[in-house]
Design a protein around this ligand. Structure first.
Ligand code: FES
Length: 433
């Protein structure tokens, strides 16, 4: 039994052309082709006359001509021509199926055509977004239940054991032969020649500290996968438009473009880990993260990229919600952060644990919040700028950017309020003037 009222991937876009392509979908023979205008078509691969597979025939314009007695069928499945006969019976037709072309795949709807809504197609935008993602279109034919394939691909822990003589072993031998004592290396990064798989990089989160690049000799793969080896998860974004946080939200697991643990393959935009992640790694001292628990206070932050500064982040744990903790930091266009605007302002994130019961929150360390609600879903302008205030009305937390100076020795000054307390305090960074 098959679930019919769903979109299924039937072929890659490159497979479907002007040569009829036969394929069995949900147990039914289907033939695919493109019209002269390039639109994909799917119809029953069985002639209405003597049931020869129509995929054995040929295209005449946008009509598929059967190879046996030459009946032709239009893109709506109706017979348009019977050689030697003027009358075409109304029942001379074959079934057609709704199709859609998206994410380099041809999708087919095998159920009730009236219910076929392309908007319901599963989002695989990373296969169709060369500015931000690397993707390769290919497939491997496995003679097994498809659920076992999914199970295998999700199970990374088997790599070091099942593939111990294949994935990485020859590389280890080559490194040893070249004079390296690999026992001295905590992390191992294997760059593969290019597999027919839909991933650019893979890594363990933590031990055994191994990572793989699928022929991507680029920083956005190396830095990201090593981040996983360092125990980091992804840097996501939280879109709760029309509000900053609360109500119905969606999470993009890789949505933080200001963090290499998000996704941004643009040149020169493979950016620093964020302050929460650097604090977790002890890359910035614990004393450089100020916790604001109550009352009103002023803080002065230094750019996260500038070493040796006193204060890099303000952390605001919301007292009445253990699952909402804000992290605020300041970034400047320095080094690998050169893609950040100097007028960046305060970047505000929430960190795990998150209060939203979304299924993919578990893969994120942090989620950046969008402080510019006029451009929903655009996190390039997520920062809170000078003289702007963010207010969490639910919990009475507010943050105002009261001062900004740019450059490596620049500072960002914040006024932060949270319920309780009331004593005004201030803390300045070493770089403040
Ligand atoms: S079987 Fe197709 S035309 Fe006769």
């Amino acid at each position: 039994m098959f679930l019919r009222n769903y979109w299924y991937v039937a072929a890659t876009d490159a497979e479907v052309g002007r040569k009829p392509l036969p394929r069995t979908i949900l147990g039914e023979p289907v033939v695919f082709f493109r019209t002269e205008a390039g639109a994909p078509v799917a119809m029953e691969d069985r002639c209405a006359h003597r049931h020869l597979p129509l995929s054995m025939g040929k295209l005449v314009g946008d009509e598929l001509q059967c190879h046996y007695h030459g009946l032709r069928f239009g893109t709506d499945g109706r017979c348009t021509r019977i050689p030697g006969q003027e009358q075409i019976p109304r029942g001379a037709k074959v079934k057609t199926y709704p199709v859609a072309e998206r994410y380099h795949w041809i999708w087919i709807w095998m159920g009730d055509p009236a219910l076929a809504d392309p908007a319901a197609i599963t989002d695989f935008h990373w296969l169709d977004d060369p500015n931000h993602w690397g993707a390769k279109a290919s497939y491997l034919h496995v003679e097994a239940n498809w659920q076992l394939v999914v199970d295998n691909l999700l199970d990374l822990t088997h790599l070091a054991f099942v593939h111990d003589t294949t994935i990485g072993n020859l590389a280890d031998q080559a490194a040893t032969a070249a004079g390296y004592n690999i026992a001295n290396y905590h992390n191992r990064f294997y760059v593969l020649p290019g597999l027919s798989c839909g991933w650019a990089g893979l890594a363990y989160v933590g031990y055994p500290y191994q990572a793989w690049s699928n022929a991507y000799n680029v920083l956005w793969v190396y830095g990201h996968e090593l981040g996983h080896n360092f125990d980091l998860w992804h840097a996501g974004s939280l879109n709760c438009s029309p509000q900053v946080i609360g109500g119905g939200c969606s999470v993009n697991e890789y949505g933080d473009r200001f963090d290499i643990m998000g996704n941004n393959s643009n040149t020169n935009e493979q950016m620093h880990f964020n302050a929460m992640q650097k604090a977790a790694l002890n890359w910035i001292p614990a004393s450089s993260v100020v916790t604001h628990s109550s009352g009103t206070a002023t803080y002065t932050l230094s750019p996260l990229e500038s070493g040796g500064q006193a204060t890099y982040a303000v952390k605001i744990p919301v007292p009445s919600d253990a699952n909402r903790t804000y992290w605020i930091e300041y970034r400047q266009p320095i080094g690998v952060d050169s893609g950040i605007a100097s007028s960046n302002g305060a970047q505000i994130r929430v960190a795990a644990p998150f209060q939203f019961p979304c299924t993919n929150c578990g893969g994120d360390d942090t989620e950046i919040l969008d402080m510019t609600l006029g451009t929903p879903g655009n996190f390039g302008d997520a920062a809170l700028l000078l003289n702007q205030t963010y207010t969490d009305a639910t919990y009475g937390v507010s943050v105002t950017v009261t001062g900004v100076t740019t450059g490596p020795a620049g500072t960002l000054t914040l006024s932060v309020s949270a319920p309780g307390g009331g004593t005004a305090r201030s803390r300045r960074s070493r770089g403040a003037r």
